[in-house]
Design a protein around this ligand. Structure first.
Ligand code: FES
Length: 60
């Protein structure tokens, strides 16, 4: 499933980045570009993180 249309990143790529330690949307954006442009895919990335048990922590 294509998640980020701006950077052409699919869900498998994002899950792989999460597996290698990118556990928040900013790190994912830094590593593969997903979410770094229009931001339209951010909710999908967040839902993907939540489905992996990694819901974003509220800012301290
Ligand atoms: S769709 Fe991902 S940044 Fe635009």
């Amino acid at each position: 499933m294509l998640v980020c249309h701006c950077e052409d990143v699919n869900d498998r790529r994002i899950v792989a980045e999460v597996g290698s330690g990118a556990r928040c949307p900013d790190l994912i954006a830094e590593r593969c570009g997903a979410g770094s442009r229009c931001g339209g895919c951010r909710p999908t990335i967040e839902a993907l993180l939540a489905s992996l048990g990694l819901a974003e922590q509220p800012a301290a």
